[in-house]
Design a protein around this ligand. Structure first.
Ligand SMILES: NC(=O)C1=CN([C@@H]2O[C@H](COP(=O)(O)OP(=O)(O)OC[C@H]3O[C@@H](n4cnc5c(N)ncnc54)[C@H](O)[C@@H]3O)[C@@H](O)[C@H]2O)C=CC1
Ligand SMILES: O=C(CO)COP(=O)(O)O
Length: 341
């Protein structure tokens, strides 16, 4: 299955970029990991580990860490982008200067671009219209992948050749790659679930019971699907790994950074303090703001988003989320995943 000749690069030396680059290296690829921080590069070259993000996780000898973008992407068959959404466009713009025109582009990023409401596939399509593109999303906590826990992900692309290439580069007995043609749905699911992981973290900090947490997760899925349908995604994607799978893992695991931000707010910290003490990317904070604006614009009923927005951005008491969910006025209270007209 593995294609030992594949040359790949991963842009972004955080926890997810590192683990994905290392899987490719373990699979026999010529893998490069680009990061902007010189200090981090020195650490990796010295210790063979990316200790800031994944302490004790040994990097394979096939993996070349670099902070030279041209070296990283030169002659690559596939370039994976794993930087936070706010940096995606600038990093891609730079990388395209040095990439082969036929290289596949794959986003690992789970977020929405501020202001434009573009998902990463839309940015890739706009900036690199000739390159085949794909996105990867699913229940993929980087730290668990690094521990060798059995994990599945989803690759979505219109290009069957790129889907197969990604499968060959990343698939292994511990990392299963499933395919889905619904690019927009797969990446929208990955971005939206971060919002609900924050809510779930708050519920955890407040000691809420399992009935409550089950209700929260299920109504989160309904709310995400309702939004997705209005945005043109396939709602069935939301009951697969990229939707329900990722929602479950990020709403239940303290390894999720979004969950941790919610937990800290539930303990009484401000958003600013919660994000600062995390020191890593929690995409849900910005995604919340953008989804709230879009839902208001399109008139989509999103009680959890509305309640969380008031708490996070307008300093309201956390009880407001429960009030929105339990007492909010609805046209009808139906237990459907999305409107069935
Ligand atoms: N960590 C995880 O378990 C998973 C993360 N993701 C997604 O992957 C994306 C990246 O997340 P992580 O690797 O977890 O984040 P992280 O917080 O561990 O690392 C982010 C990395 O991006 C770098 N970076 C930030 N701005 C940059 C810029 N302007 N230019 C170059 N590098 C820049 C940082 O220096 C850091 O190395 C996010 O969208 C996240 O939602 C997706 C699946 C799993
Ligand atoms: O997307 C993830 C797991 O699938 C990682 O979630 P966090 O960004 O909340 O850590």
């Amino acid at each position: 299955m593995t294609n030992p000749a594949a040359k790949i690069a991963v842009l972004g030396g955080g926890s997810f970029g590192t683990v994905i680059a290392n899987i490719a290296a373990q699979n026999g690829c010529d893998a490069r990991l680009w990061m902007r921080s010189e200090k981090q590069l020195e650490d990796i070259l010295e210790t063979g580990m990316n200790s800031r993000y994944l302490p004790k996780y040994e990097l394979h000898e096939n993996l070349l860490p670099t902070n030279d973008l041209a070296t990283a992407v030169h002659d690559c068959d596939v370039v994976f982008v794993a930087v936070p959404s706010k940096a995606f466009r600038v990093v891609l713009e730079d990388a395209l200067k040095y990439m082969s025109p036929s290289a596949g582009l794959v986003s690992l990023t789970k977020g929405i671009e501020p202001h434009s409401f573009h998902l990463m596939s839309e940015i890739m399509r706009e900036m690199a219209p000739k390159h085949p593109i794909a996105v990867i999303s699913g229940p993929n906590l980087a730290k668990e992948i690094a521990q060798g826990q059995l994990t599945a992900t989803v690759v979505a692309s219109k290009s069957a050749a790129l889907r197969h290439q990604v499968h060959d580069v990343l698939g292994s007995p511990r990392f299963r790659v499933y395919a889905n043609p619904d690019i927009y749905g797969v990446e929208l699911a990955g971005a939206l679930k971060n919002i609900y992981a924050i809510v779930s973290g708050m519920a955890g900090a407040l000691g809420m019971g399992e009935n409550t947490r089950a209700m929260l997760m299920t109504r989160s899925l309904a709310e995400m699907s309702r939004f997705a349908v209005k945005m043109g995604a396939n709602p069935l994607t939301f009951i697969g790994l990229a939707g329900m799978g990722d929602l479950i893992v990020t709403c239940t695991s303290p390894l999720s950074r979004n969950y941790r931000v919610g937990y800290a707010i539930g303990q009484g910290y401000s958003l600013k303090q919660a994000v600062k003490q995390l020191g890593e990317t929690a995409e849900g904070v910005n995604t919340l703001r953008m989804v709230k604006e879009k839902a208001d614009e399109l008139g989509i009923d999103m009680p959890l988003v509305n309640g969380l927005y008031e708490v996070v951005h307008n300093n309201q008491n956390v009880d407001l989320i429960a009030d929105h969910l339990m007492l909010g006025e609805r046209a009808q209270d139906v237990d459907f995943m999305f409107d069935q007209e």
